[in-house]
Design a binder for this molecule. Structure first.
Ligand code: ADP
Ligand code: MG
Length: 342
């Protein structure tokens, strides 16, 4: 019987493409299932590779994002995956599917935004591919970075007792998207600007990722692109552990609270399940907790917050006021259903 692929969910679909019969080469340190693939080049040097795609209609709508902002964002979301490994970005490839009716000025805007981000991180554009598509634009970026072999952080290193930390407030980007999509502007200008900026101009936490890796502070790390609960679930699956998040500890900004109050929504729905924050989430051994918080504060002026603990078992549970919070859905999934891959 014919079945739509949507019943598989995004991760079920990815699972279909895991090579069951072909063994990974010795130089593959990480492949599918981490934020980046890692290839061992020898002499303690690793090549780190990630690819991400932004599609019109699914990821952006030109009604509320300029092409310049889009270009910047397109590179930045890939940089966030490099940050999650603790690596240093170096160069990228760009593939574009463009409708023939796209406006030239719009494309130049995209290029300028992209190059703005590339200049900021000293990244070379090395190649790509360009095709015409029927209706909606799609941009795919592949980013290359490097790291020393002994300084990388994977999703797989978490152990029971580790503290779960996040580097910044959660849910602002989803709040910003809500404002943009609903054209909901009953909020003060400053709160509106804070939330929409979080969505339109995220900043990958490259320095932080590098420091956490170099100082061996983080045992497992991921960038939050699909919401805390879902992305922490990836750390749990790869590390074969469970996690308990304490909802009362989850950092929520004043602006997101204002939006939630104004719109009659629960800010934690945004903070736990909203996507595209591009904030790092990482696991720290209990004896390092205070030192890591202090070092982030003094060296990088970044406030990190403990939101829970790794436990034996599997999956992510959220505790709220002495009870378990019901999790209706985990986070963003392109095909609607969240299904875990292993
Ligand atoms: P991220 O949010 O960090 O970009 P994703 O959730 O998009 O990661 O992807 C999860 C993992 O599955 C990644 O390791 C990614 O490389 C891999 N993956 C996604 N799509 C495919 C595909 N079509 N073929 C092979 N691997 C894929
Ligand atoms: Mg990622």
């Amino acid at each position: 019987m014919r079945k739509d692929i949507s019943c598989l969910g995004e991760f079920g679909i990815i699972d279909l493409f895991k090579q069951k019969d072909i063994k990974a080469h010795d130089w593959v340190m990480a492949g599918m299932g981490d934020d980046c693939a890692v290839l061992d080049l020898g002499l303690n040097i690793c090549l780190v590779v990630t690819t991400d795609m932004l599609a019109e209609g699914s990821h952006f709508d030109l009604k509320w994002i300029s092409t310049r902002q889009l270009g910047y964002r397109c590179l930045m979301v890939n940089l966030s995956d490099i940050a999650a490994m603790g690596a240093v970005p170096k160069a990228f490839f760009l593939s574009m599917g463009l409708p023939k009716f796209w406006d030239e000025q719009g494309l130049l805007g995209f290029r300028d935004g992209l190059f703005d981000c590339a200049a900021r991180y000293d990244l070379n554009l090395l190649g790509g591919d360009t095709i015409a598509v029927q209706e909606r634009a799609v941009f795919s970026l592949t980013l290359l970075g490097r790291s020393t072999k002994d300084c990388l952080v994977y999703r797989s290193g978490a152990q029971p007792g580790d503290r779960i930390m996040v580097a910044g407030s959660l849910g602002d980007s989803a709040g910003g998207l809500y404002l943009l999509q609903k054209q909901f502007y009953r909020l003060g200008d400053e709160d509106c600007a804070n939330l929409t900026n979080a969505h339109l101009r995220p900043a990958a936490q490259l320095e932080l990722g590098r420091m956490l890796a170099a100082q061996r502070f983080a045992k497992a790390m991921i960038d939050l692109s699909d919401g805390l609960v879902q992305d922490l679930g990836h750390i749990c699956a790869r590390s074969r552990v469970g996690a308990i998040v304490d909802a009362d500890l989850v950092p929520v900004s004043k602006s997101l609270r204002a939006l939630a109050d104004c719109a009659g929504l629960d800010p934690l729905d945004f903070a736990l399940h909203g996507g595209e924050d591009y904030v790092l989430c990482f696991c720290v051994p209990p004896e390092l907790e205070t030192r890591v918080i202090q070092t982030c504060r003094t060296q990088l002026q970044i406030e990190i917050t403990k939101v829970g603990e790794i436990v034996a078992g599997s999956g992510v549970k959220v505790r709220q006021g002495g009870a378990w919070r019901k999790i209706a859905h985990e986070g963003f999934n392109h095909f609607g259903i969240t299904k875990r891959y292993r």
